[in-house]
Design a protein. Structure first.
Lengths: 300, 304
């Protein structure tokens, strides 16, 4: 296989022999395919990037310039006044802290619980686990948004109304998280578990010592997902929280949108501020989200 | 280790996996509790309340199937239902096609700069639905938006993105597809990368072009992922609410009130918890039907 393959890329230097059909690797016929693929990719990237770019650049415009024709992409007098007003207005900084607190706690709990459940579902085999897996899948059929009223009553009856626990606890169980870990642990060969058992490891220490460390990429991926979900949650905190001191960022932004006359300058500022934490988290952990080679270290 | 090796080969441990009961139970215990508290309990009382005229406080009476009878004759419910289905029918294929195309371009070795482009595609997914709504409202504002400005510059007339119900829905479909591309794309990229390279090598030795390779290798190999993407997106579409609230508040008027907004408004604004629960159960039946149909189709495709 390799011996018959090797000569080709060697004598098919880039530029020459463009007609040679060959490997997927760049080289033969590279340019002919590279130009349309790259062009299409970047046209799409511009389409996707433009709304955000326009939004951020607009947020840098002073209020007077926002609606002045002709519209310009780049602000004439860039200013941060929109951000400053937004940050100072109402309790926006308080909302920001509240949201951060809720996000971090929920994320830690979600990752821990999902990892345990996913492992149990992947590596053990009995009727109850199968039934529970179906149950977890059923939660995707009936998400919190759908059971708003009864779930609200349950949380109220548990005495969690108007508390952060009321937002955090119902959000910890996620089918996506359990599913991600289950899929990952299914790819981990059973031999690894068997070998550990033969060496005399107990079940829970197999999980803690072997399985938890190798699932780190999935943990980070789920952590970022969970952080994002909770940061962006709107409807549940809106129902749960009564006290303006406890509002989250999204409720704060929506209250600006819901006003009779939208103050676009403040709205743009507040929205951009609310985007910052997620984009920062994402840029730091980008490798784990994007490059997530789910099979890292476990090639067959 | 080497000392023990002969031992093992003589009498390999023949314990069946199913004998482990304690460890898996400990591992799933937390989720079982959460599941019972925040899923089974609400679902059960929701089902009970859907047969009552409960308003959230005080006593309630059982009214039998009255809520469901009213629901069948409720034109507001019907329009919310059809609007939600229409939204899902538009959003799911658009998002699927866009994210599959982008994932293929990003994985392809021919496209340059894919690591930067990937970030660009991914950023919208990080934004909250509320911010996405605000952003697209800013972009598609009738009197002040960039899009209408460009259309007018090019000689067209301002398009009523906000006051026409169908155009308004279209803006939300675009906004949602734009947001969700990042996530679907990520799933597709992981799936495409997991397809063994040797398949492609074998195919190209046999003379299969890129299109043939895509349809005969990539698409069948990523079928399970496609299934997940369609399932998740359908569910997301059925429960969409915040983007609509921020973008046009379900408007103009109530024309783009989707199911969740309908449930929210009947349940919390008008206090008809019993009635809203009945509407919730209709939504649940739809979601279950979607999931069952997709499971069935997926089985057929995979020939299992």
């Amino acid at each position: 296989m390799t011996t018959t393959d090797m000569p080709r890329p060697v004598d098919a230097g880039p530029g020459r022999a463009a007609s040679k059909k060959g490997t997927r690797k760049a080289g033969s016929g590279g340019l002919r395919r590279a130009v349309p693929a790259t062009t299409l990719l970047w046209i799409l990237a511009c389409l996707y990037g433009l709304p955000v770019l326009w939004f951020i650049l607009s947020s840098l415009k002073p209020a007077s310039e926002l609606f002045s024709y002709p519209l310009t992409l780049v602000p004439h007098n860039p200013t941060l006044s929109g951000y400053v007003t937004a940050w100072r207005s109402a309790n926006f900084s308080q909302y920001f802290l509240n949201t951060a607190l809720v996000c971090v706690i929920t994320t830690v709990l979600t990752v821990g619980v999902s990892c345990c459940t996913g492992y149990a579902l992947a590596k053990y085999d009995n009727r109850w686990l199968k039934a529970f897996f179906v149950c977890i899948l059923a939660t995707t059929m009936l998400p919190g948004e759908v059971m708003l009223a009864p779930e609200f009553l349950v949380v109220r009856n548990l005495g969690l109304f108007n508390s952060f626990a009321g937002i955090i606890l119902p959000a910890v169980l996620t089918a996506t998280g359990c599913f991600m870990f289950r899929q990952f642990f299914l790819t981990v060969p059973d031999e690894l578990v068997e070998a550990a058992r033969i060496d005399g490891a107990r079940e829970l220490s197999i999980f803690l010592r072997i399985m938890v460390p190798i699932s780190r990429p999935i943990m980070l991926t789920l952590a970022i997902l969970s952080f994002q979900w909770r940061w962006n949650d709107y409807i549940w905190p809106l129902l749960m929280l009564n006290d303006p001191e406890k509002f989250t960022v999204q409720i704060g932004i929506q209250s600006i949108v819901g006003a009779q006359n939208i103050n676009w300058s403040v709205l743009l500022g507040a929205s951009v501020i609310s985007m910052i934490p997620l984009i920062a988290v994402f840029l730091v952990f980008q490798r784990y989200v994007m490059g997530a080679d789910i099979n890292a270290g476990l090639k067959d | 280790m080497t000392k023990r090796a002969p031992d093992v080969s003589v009498s390999p441990p023949r314990r069946r996996r199913s004998t482990y009961v304690f460890a898996p139970f400990v591992l799933i215990a937390a989720n079982v509790v959460l599941f019972s508290l925040f899923f089974v309990w609400p679902a059960a009382i929701g089902l009970v309340y859907s047969f009552t005229n409960y308003t959230g406080v005080g006593v309630f009476q059982f009214v039998g199937l009255d809520n469901y009878h009213h629901l069948i004759g409720d034109s507001a419910f019907y329009s919310a239902l059809t609007r939600t289905l229409l939204y899902a029918v538009l959003f799911v294929p658009l998002n699927f096609a866009a994210s599959l195309l982008i994932a293929n371009l990003l994985v392809s070795k021919h496209a340059k700069g894919s690591s930067v482009a990937r970030v660009v595609f991914f950023v919208p997914w990080l934004l909250s639905p509320i911010v996405v709504g605000v952003l697209w409202r800013w972009l598609f504002g009738e009197n002040f938006g960039l899009v209408n400005y460009v259309i007018e510059k090019l000689g067209g007339s301002a398009v009523p993105w906000q006051s026409n119900a169908d155009l308004s829905l279209l803006v939300v479909v675009m906004a949602a597809s734009w947001t969700w591309t990042g996530f679907s794309m990520l799933l597709f990229i992981a799936a495409i990368k997991n397809v063994p390279v040797s398949y492609y090598e074998a195919a190209s030795l046999d003379g299969a072009g890129p299109w043939r390779q895509f349809f005969s290798i990539t698409l069948p190999s990523i079928a399970p992922t496609s299934f997940i993407v369609i399932l998740l997106n359908t569910i997301n579409a059925m429960k969409e609410y915040p983007v609509f609230v921020a973008l046009n508040n379900g408007g103009p008027g109530t024309s783009n009130n989707l199911l969740v907004q309908y449930i929210y408004e009947t349940g919390f604004k008008r206090g008809q918890i019993g009635y809203a629960s009945a509407a919730s159960f209709v939504l649940m039946l739809i979601l279950m039907a979607v999931a069952i149909v997709q499971l069935f189709v997926n089985r057929r495709v995979e020939n299992r």
